[in-house]
Design a protein around this ligand. Structure first.
Ligand code: NAD
Ligand code: LMR
Length: 328
């Protein structure tokens, strides 16, 4: 009996105080679209971060239960839920990083651009609230088509007078989840996704055929998942993993780590296009440097891929900009 009561006491004690994640910093993260396929596993991964003290979950429905569920994980981040437009402002107050996976995903046969009509307005509305409530936050846009939703976000922020191009990111991390370190530049749809396989680190010698096959495989990775899910959505778990990595990188940069590099779709003067994905260095104020050297010394195949992607990427960017401008 004694032994049993001792064990019970020890167990209760451990349940109260044991967390294998010790807080290292106290940043606030908000996820908009937190009840969805990406939002839920992303929230779990962010809840595991020792850099996060508050995790605010927003959706138009079904987010209360997600927050209650997550709150039972005894890590430092305190989870709060916010449902519907009337609670959006409170969700965003004081937040350091806002992640936006709100919107509809693809079904087989659709391009990311086919999502524009629904997702453009969702992103526009959410970024308006970000501008009003946490204009200094890093904004991570996941909602597709990223090639247009990031320019939409930029226009909204400009209209509100709070645009800081160093703090607006299209999340393209999913494109670089490859066993080797490969810069992936351009945009985030079809041929606009351009892996620079000649810049692989450690360097790998591919045949021309291998380069072609791998390039197409990386460009179609999202479509592969859409088809395998057969109508039940697109990448959610790998995307949550990728987004959590980008959140963690942003928080490390905010926390003073001077060695943080990611690929992201940002406002850029690397090419003649106003937005372009490339490797960037992250710092306390957002983008600290664009790693321009990776666009130098391209192979003929990569140079052709770069020229071929420009018209499509330009059109997607202009479509996003026009969407906001015609409403103002
Ligand atoms: P999902 O349908 O499972 O979840 C979307 C969530 O957004 C839902 O919970 C929905 O209620 C919510 N939502 C809808 N309108 C909203 C609004 N106005 N405000 C707040 N929340 C709203 O979809 P998912 O699989 O999580 O995908 C979300 C988006 O992410 C899609 O557009 C998809 O194409 C995109 N995506 C991007 C990448 C990338 O690499 N950038 C990867 C995967 C998916
Ligand atoms: C992406 O890469 O954007 C995702 O995998 C979702 C999609 O539609 O392919």
């Amino acid at each position: 009996i004694l032994r049993r009561s001792y064990n019970t006491k020890a167990l209760k004690h451990s349940q109260r105080s044991y967390s294998y994640i010790q807080p290292h910093a106290s940043y606030k993260v908000a996820i908009l679209g937190a009840g969805g396929g990406i939002g839920q596993p992303l929230a779990l991964l962010v809840k595991m971060s020792p850099l996060v003290s508050a995790l605010n979950l927003y959706d138009i429905a079904n987010v209360k239960g997600v927050a209650a569920d997550l709150s039972h994980c005894n890590t430092p981040a305190q989870v709060s839920d916010f449902t519907g437009a009337s609670e959006l402002a409170n969700c965003l107050k004081g937040v350091n990083v806002v992640v936006i996976p709100a919107g509809v995903p693809r079904k087989p046969g659709m391009t990311r651009d086919d999502l524009f009509n629904i997702n453009a307005n969702i992103v526009k509305t959410l970024v308006e609230a970000v501008a009003d409530n946490c204009p200094d936050a890093f904004i991570h846009v996941i909602s597709n088509p990223v090639n247009s939703t990031v320019p939409i976000a930029a226009e909204v922020l400009k209209n509100k007078g709070v645009y800081d191009p160093k703090k607006l990111f299209g999340v393209t991390t999913l494109d670089v989840l490859i066993d080797a370190d490969v810069p992936v530049v351009g945009g985030h749809a079809g041929i606009t996704i351009l892996p620079l396989l000649s810049k692989t680190n450690p360097s790998v010698a591919f045949t021309d055929e291998e380069v072609q096959e791998l390039t197409v495989r990386i460009q179609n990775a999202g479509t592969e998942v859409v088809e395998a899910k057969a109508g039940a959505g697109s990448a959610t778990l790998s995307m949550a993993y990728a987004a959590a990595r980008f959140v963690e990188s942003s928080l490390r940069a905010l926390d003073g780590d001077s060695d943080v590099y990611e690929c992201s779709f940002i406002q850029s003067d690397l090419t003649e296009l106003p937005f372009f994905a490339s490797r960037i260095k992250l710092g306390r104020n957002g983008v600290e440097a664009v790693i321009s050297s990776e666009l130098q010394g391209l192979t003929e195949f990569e140079q052709q891929g770069l020229e071929a992607l420009k018209p499509e990427l330009k059109a997607s960017i202009e479509k996003g900009v026009a969407f906001v401008q015609k409403q103002t």
